[in-house]
Design a binder for this molecule. Structure first.
Ligand code: NAD
Length: 455
């Protein structure tokens, strides 16, 4: 099939490359000239495992262009994958989506043959209907069908998640659902040859396909993210309680997670969620509920708990060190999670801001994210990609992003390198065997000194 993907961010680029890999003829179109030029040269502008090798494997089946209108004119299916960032009041910004749609409609108007427009961006309920109305207002609705195909990939494992999804959701007319079933056929049947870098998970034979209406597809995406965010906020509240009563949240998570009705995933206590999706999607869903006359109280609490949770680390540091003025605090990890260079809503930023406000001297290390972080960090923050240097003479280290380099460094090495071995683990991720070398503070972990509880 001839597919055009509009937007070559984390979602659009991964989708385009994977669709080309399974045999489609793909044009990836983006208004960003420098990004498109990099891609034409075979360079991937984001850090995402396996994408460079996959791009190479696609050969002539994929091309990159800034001519979005022409790319839409030459496609049977156009996938919209532009950003929908949060506006100040929490509602998603849809200006990029509508601008992309106008350009796509320009292209379709020129060819006047049927095209399926598939929206992959996360959008409020009713946006698909608005996209269809845009086609109708130009008098070309007979050539345009609009579907919703929400994306569930996770940054850091975007390629695997796209090739081996847990489900594919197709919202729209029966005809649109049938076209999406054909587009994703090799993924649904799992009959493509897996790339060496991302072998097929054992036992995966088929992928479920949910053919639903437009609105349910649009709302289903928000529901999934809100539910996962709720699990995170729940376990973080339990962790805060564990700190006060002397229980251990990892044991609580084991007890909870062994119940198949609950499941083990997303029960890792720590500093809460960040990134481009959970913060914006929880706020957007709350806003959508509000504008529909519904007060989504549970979601308000999920958001509030997450906002507070980052500062738990600062309280623990204060308890361990006393006043933070003049103390060297090393931040381990800046990106919102490991295996990505994405700094959107990274918890590291408010944590650093809070430490600076208390007079700490902050040094930040990240193996991949320094470039993306450089314009977001206050100038007083020292940055380095040399971990030994970052830890030299530190009064405390704070693990914010659980990159393997930090988990493999060794408790003894931390102790030797730092001025004092105070280690605050915002992800409860340091190997247990390393913790005894350090004055270790997790989130909701047993055997904390009582002083660490005054947050
Ligand atoms: P992104 O910001 O990484 O990429 C968006 C791209 O769209 C950019 O390259 C930008 O230049 C391009 N763009 C903007 N306006 C354009 C236009 N008019 N024409 C052509 N290109 C245009 O965004 P992302 O992280 O890939 O997210 C895209 C959508 O997918 C969002 O709605 C997001 O919520 C959703 N989503 C993201 C993830 C994720 O993990 N990042 C997961 C699931 C869903």
């Amino acid at each position: 099939m001839r597919v055009t993907v509009i937007g070559t961010g984390y979602v659009g680029l991964t989708t385009g490359i994977c669709l080309a890999y399974i045999g489609h003829e793909v044009a990836c179109a983006d208004t960003n000239e420098s990004k498109t030029q990099q891609l034409r040269n075979g360079n991937i502008p984001i850090y995402e495992f396996g994408l460079p090798e996959m791009l190479e494997a696609c050969g002539e089946r994929i091309r990159f262009t800034t001519e979005c209108r022409e790319a839409a004119r030459t496609a049977d299916i156009v996938i919209l994958a532009v950003g929908t960032p949060a506006k100040a009041e929490g509602a998603p910004e849809l200006a990029y989506l509508y601008a992309a749609m106008e350009t796509v409609l320009d292209g379709i108007a020129e060819k006047s043959t049927p095209t399926l427009i598939v929206n992959k961006s996360t959008v409020p309920v009713g946006t698909g209907d608005k996209l269809a109305a845009m086609a109708a207002s130009r008098g070309i609705s007979q050539f345009v069908d609009v579907a919703s195909n929400p994306e569930f990939l996770r940054q850091g494992s975007a390629m695997s998640d796209t090739l081996y999804p847990e489900r594919i959701v197709a919202g729209g007319s029966p005809q649109a659902q049938a076209i999406l079933k054909e587009l994703y056929g090799p993924l649904l049947r799992q009959d493509f040859s897996p790339p060496a870098l991302a072998p097929r998970p054992p036992g995966l034979e088929t992928v479920p396909f949910y053919a639903v209406d437009l609105k349910s597809a649009e709302l289903g995406k928000y529901a999934a993210n809100a539910f996962l965010a709720m699990k995170i906020s729940f376990i973080n509240e339990m962790a805060n309680l564990c700190d006060r009563v002397g229980a251990d949240v990892s044991e609580i998570a084991d007890i909870l997670g062994s119940d198949s009705r609950i499941g083990k995933a997303f029960l890792q206590a720590g500093i809460g969620y960040g990134g481009s999706c959970f913060p914006k999607d929880t706020k957007a869903l709350h806003h959508i509920a509000g504008t529909s006359g519904y007060d989504f109280k549970l979601l308000s609490s999920v958001i509030e708990v997450n906002r507070f949770q980052k500062y738990v680390l600062v309280g623990k540091l204060r308890s361990a060190l006393g006043a933070l003025g003049g103390r060297k605090v090393t931040i381990l990890g800046l990106t919102f999670k490991p295996e990505t260079d994405d700094m959107r809503e990274a918890p590291s930023l408010p944590i650093i801001e809070a430490l600076l406000a208390e007079g700490a001297c902050v040094t930040a290390h990240d193996p991949v994210g320094l470039n993306a972080a450089k314009n977001l960090l206050p100038a007083v923050v020292t940055t380095t990609t040399n971990l030994d240097e970052a830890l030299q003479n530190a009064d405390a280290a704070v693990l914010v992003t659980e990159w393997p380099i930090y988990l493999n460094y060794g408790g003894r090495t931390y102790r030797e390198r730092m001025k004092q071995p105070i280690f605050v683990d915002g992800r409860n991720a340091l190997p247990v065997s390393d913790r005894s070398w350090l004055d270790y503070y997790g989130v909701g972990m047993r055997a904390l000194p009582s002083a660490a509880l005054s947050i």
